[in-house]
Every structure is written in structure tokens, then in C-alpha cells.
Design a protein around this ligand. Structure first.
Ligand code: F6P
Length: 342
């Protein structure tokens, strides 16, 4: 059997570990051959391939990014896109695809599976917002990077009696903010699921200073104020999946805090630092296990499925269960962080 592999959407530490596991087990365990598709769905759409075998996967386990490249190409937004993909798979002699991606990439995989393409999905996103799986790989690395940043910001904030606002990724879900905020001892965590009251934020800034410590506020890029207003955007331009580019809530918040409390406030945007570089041991472990199970699913002909972590077990779920709706932070989980606010 010849298997195509692609990685789509925002990159994520652990993608290379999945590719390596898929190929290693596929070649040695199942006698498969592989074709690497470049740059997400753009690869099968435009016929962009690369050689992919055990040799190409040597040394990539601890490397961030993806050797296959990535993009946010949506073949359903291209006239005749599906037919083009089917024709290219046939031309390349590819019998099945392993698609590694988040809600958008796996959303495409779900629709293609319905249209007769033999595809297996592996969930990835640093945002951890895919339902069906307890965790996605990349998330642990992002949380560790954000936590280290918060630890460092505590000492400089205290030296200068400043408020430091840390903006982390999280378009629809506040998982990175919640986990790093709890781990880093943030004075407040503001997430998209819980619109924030600026008066309350300022009151907690004031009480925090009374305790002689400086406030650290962790905010997801998708957080919104209670009094209304949209998410803060870098650009209103939409990508092929309809997403605008978020960013700027940290600066906006720091400005408001300074104006309302008189305390000096600065914002730090962690941005793509959260996505780059080497994956943690947990993410390498999870990504490797997802890869091993995904290629077994291909060997079993169990198409239209995605891998999911349930406790410590990797299970196969229908793709739609992972992409149907986003996994958001619940009120109960947010309440755990609130205990430490102020
Ligand atoms: O989906 C993962 C993510 O990291 C989001 O948290 C963020 O909004 C987005 O990707 C940023 O994407 P890009 O790198 O394309 O600007």
C-alpha cells in the first residue's frame, strides 16, 4: 500500500514525531511505501510531493515545525478542488492518506472521507480545543513555554511595581491561558469563554499591589470584554477557513488598566514562540503514539477515523467526533483558577 502524509494548519511541536512514527511503523510493521504531501491540503491539491521514508525521518523526533511544511489551504474553497485531489492521489498511486491537523485540516478530512477518500486523522493543535481527545500534542509544550515566561515576568514586575499582561494563543478556547496561569500563579486569567469585567480586573490589580506583589494577568488572544466589543484583531482579512488574525488584547488591556488604576502596565505577546522549537517529552510521547495508532488504522482499513487520547489509551473515533464542536473551558474548570485571582 502507498500512503500519503500531510500536515495542515498552524504548526505545532510534535508534528515531526507523528510523521516519524507513521513512517517507521508503516515501513517496518506493514511494508507500506510513503509519499509526503507538502504544505497541508495544498500538496494533494496541486500535486506537491516529496520523498518520505525512514531516511527522511532520521533525527526529526525532537525538531519543532514539520518537515512536510504546512498551510491553511482549503480545497473546498477551490473550484474542482476535490476532483483535483482525487486525480492527484491516483496519479501518485496513493491508496490512503494520513492527515495531521486541527479543526480545519481534520474538517476537510471529514468531508473528503464522506466523498470516498480513504483518510485517517491525527489531531494536533497547541490550543487543545479539539473535542474527542483529552489532549492534543503541542499543547503541553505551549503551556510550558508560557509558564516559564510567567515565572520570569513575576520577578521583573515585582522589581518595578508594574502590572504585566501576558497575551497567549487561544482563539476560541482558553486552555493555554488557564493551564499556564494556574501553573505560573497568575493574578488573573482571562479567556474567550468568560467575558471579563474591566472594573473587576482593575480592582484585583489594586488588591494585588496591596499585598506587595505585582499582578500578572494572563489573557488569551480571543478574550473579550463584558461590556461588548469584538475580539481584538491584527487584521480583519479572513483565511480560507474564515478566521481573522487575532492579537492586541494584551496592549488594549494594559492601556485600560494604566488609565483606570494609575499603575504602570506593560503587555508581553508570546505569539509564535509558543509554537516553535522542540516538543516536551509528553508531546513527543503523545505524538509518537498517535502516529503508531494512525498507521495501524490505515492497515486495518479503518478510514474516516481519528486518533484520540482517553486517559492513557489511544482510541479511534469517527472524524466527526473530533471536528464537530470545539472543546471549551467549563465554568467549573475556570472556577479553579479564580480561587487565586487578586
Ligand atoms: O490554531 C492555533 C493557533 O496557534 C491559534 O491559537 C492562533 O490564533 C493561530 O493559530 C495563529 O495562526 P497563524 O500562525 O496562522 O497566525
Amino acid at each position: 500500500m502507498r500512503v500519503g502524509v500531510l500536515t495542515g494548519g498552524g504548526d505545532c511541536p510534535g508534528l515531526n514525531a507523528v510523521i516519524r512514527a507513521v513512517v517507521r511503523k508503516g515501513v517496518r510493521g506493514h511494508g507500506f511505501e510513503f509519499v509526503g504531501y507538502r504544505d497541508g491540503w495544498k500538496g494533494p491539491l496541486e500535486g506537491l510531493t516529496m520523498e518520505l521514508g525512514i531516511e527522511q525521518c532520521r533525527g526529526i523526533l525532537p525538531r519543532g515545525g514539520t518537515i512536510l511544511g504546512s498551510s491553511r489551504t482549503n480545497p473546498f474553497k477551490v473550484d474542482g478542488g476535490v476532483e483535483q485531489i482525487k486525480a492527484n492521489l491516483e496519479r501518485d498511486g496513493v491508496d490512503a492518506l494520513v492527515a495531521i491537523g486541527g479543526e480545519d485540516t481534520l474538517g476537510v478530512a471529514t468531508k473528503l472521507a464522506d466523498l470516498g477518500v480513504d483518510v485517517v486523522g491525527v489531531p494536533k493543535t497547541i490550543d487543545n480545543d479539539l473535542s474527542g481527545t483529552d489532549f492534543t500534542f503541542g499543547f503541553d509544550t505551549a503551556v510550558n513555554i508560557a509558564t516559564e515566561a510567567i515565572d520570569r515576568l513575576h520577578t521583573t514586575a515585582e522589581s518595578h511595581h508594574r502590572v504585566l499582561v501576558v497575551e497567549v494563543m487561544g482563539r476560541h478556547a482558553g486552555w493555554i491561558a488557564l493551564h499556564s496561569g494556574i501553573a505560573g500563579g497568575a493574578s488573573m486569567v482571562l479567556i474567550p469563554e468568560q467575558p471579563f469585567d474591566i472594573e473587576d480586573v482593575c480592582a484585583r490589580v489594586t488588591t494585588r499591589f496591596e499585598s506587595r506583589y505585582a499582578p500578572i494577568i494572563v489573557v488569551s488572544e480571543g478574550a473579550v470584554p463584558l461590556e461588548g466589543g469584538d475580539m481584538t484583531l491584527v487584521s480583519g482579512e479572513k483565511d480560507a477557513f474564515g478566521h481573522v488574525r487575532l492579537g492586541g488584547i494584551g496592549d488594549r488591556l494594559a492601556g485600560e488598566i494604566e488609565q483606570r488604576t494609575g499603575a504602570e502596565a506593560r503587555a508581553v505577546v508570546l505569539g509564535h514562540i509558543q509554537r516553535g522549537g522542540t516538543p516536551t517529552a509528553f508531546d513527543r510521547w503523545l505524538a509518537t503514539r498517535f502516529g503508531l495508532q494512525a498507521i495501524d488504522a490505515v492497515a486495518d482499513g479503518d478510514f474516516g477515523t481519528m486518533m484520540a487520547l482517553k486517559g492513557t489509551r489511544i482510541e479511534r473515533l469517527p472524524l466527526i467526533e473530533g471536528t464537530g464542536e470545539l472543546k471549551l473551558v467549563s465554568d467549573e474548570e475556570y472556577a479553579e483558577a479564580q480561587v487565586f485571582f487578586g
